[in-house]
Design a protein. Structure first.
Length: 345
């Protein structure tokens, strides 16, 4: 007797399992916002254009604007002022000795008088930098050639032998400004680790250390900046503090855009208009106007004055640097105070 065995019919796997989509993870493969791409690109392009435009643009065609020259004698002063126009600003003095004193006191950029046989005696100050000295020589030389006269030139305030190009003050101010900027940039990242007062102490203490080290290196060690060590260290400390607290201020109020804004203000515009690489008297009027009011420009003036002119006009630049440091520190303190929120019922 045969027994028939039948197999059970196969049941196909449910298609629903394959058709059901995998649960989506929130935020997975989300396209980044346009701002995430646009902001760094715009910042990089602006900084590149500003740096190139400032440093190259200001040096491509420097022209003297109201360069102060002490001229002895009414007749010579009138002729020089008439023939050279807006390129110079004539300071008429009684005699050659008075013109020389004005040059040594950092009141004028050159001194001009008449010597024997109708010769013109020109005194310049190499401490003002090669750009100013060359501009004055060219202007007076052009006048003398037109008048058929000879010019005898003497450098009354020469640069130190270790600063033949007159750029030590610029590099010193640039280095200290950069150090203050980097210090503040790092301090911005310590907000979650250090309290505000501790960050203030950090900025102040490191600024003093940077100023002292820079003064010792540029002065006694390298011999490129012949300023007295204590006033020079104090000046550079103020510069480092001004750069650090200004960067901290912009970072506090502007967020991610603050550091690029500080780069633009201090390292680009400030250093390019400081008056060291190109004398302030040869800058365009707009650049000349802001030069003395930004920390690098104020510092370069103070360094030059302390090094070669016995600090005759150092008060103004020091006040400018102190104002930047103190004002920025106060505004950082105000901007970092915790905001009071109303209690919820």
């Amino acid at each position: 007797m045969e027994t028939t065995v039948t197999s059970a019919p196969r049941v196909p796997a449910p298609a629903a399992a394959a058709a059901t989509p995998a649960p989506s993870v929130p935020g997975a493969r989300r396209r980044p916002p346009v701002r995430a791409w646009l902001q760094p690109a715009v910042i990089a392009l602006v900084l590149a254009a500003a740096f190139i435009g400032c440093y190259i643009g200001l040096q491509r065609d420097p022209r003297p604007h109201h360069v102060p020259i002490a001229v002895s004698g009414q007749e010579l002063a009138d002729r020089i002022g008439r023939d050279l126009g807006d390129g110079i600003e004539v300071h008429r003095v009684a005699d050659d000795a008075a013109a020389h004193r004005a040059l040594e006191r950092h009141e004028v950029s050159a001194a001009l008088g008449e010597g024997p046989g109708g010769r013109l005696d020109l005194e310049v100050a190499g401490a003002y930098g090669p750009s100013t000295t060359s501009a004055v020589k060219s202007l007076v030389g052009a006048y003398a050639e037109g008048a058929g006269r000879q010019v005898a030139t003497r450098d009354a305030v020469p640069l130190t032998r270790y600063d033949a190009r007159g750029l030590a003050g610029f590099y010193l101010a640039f280095g200290v400004t950069l150090a203050g900027f980097v210090l503040a940039q790092n301090a911005l990242g310590l907000a979650g680790l250090l309290r505000l007062r501790h960050r203030f102490w950090l900025l102040a203490a490191v600024s003093a250390a940077v100023g002292t080290v820079a003064a010792v290196l540029a002065g006694p060690v390298l011999g490129a900046v012949p300023a007295p060590i204590v006033p020079l260290a104090f000046t550079l400390t103020l510069l480092a503090a001004a750069a650090a607290f200004a960067t901290k201020l912009l970072g506090t109020y502007l967020g991610p855009v603050g550091v690029p804004a500080a780069t633009l203000l201090l390292l680009t515009v400030g250093n390019s208009t400081s008056g060291a690489a190109i004398s302030a008297d040869l800058l365009p009027p707009a650049a000349h106007a802001v030069s003395a009011f930004l920390p690098p420009g104020a510092a370069v003036r103070a360094i030059t004055d302390l090094s070669y002119f016995h600090g005759a006009h150092v008060t103004g630049p020091l006040v400018t640097l102190a104002a930047w440091a103190v004002t920025a520190a106060l505004l950082v303190g105000l901007g970092s105070r915790p905001r009071r929120t109303a209690a919820t019922p």
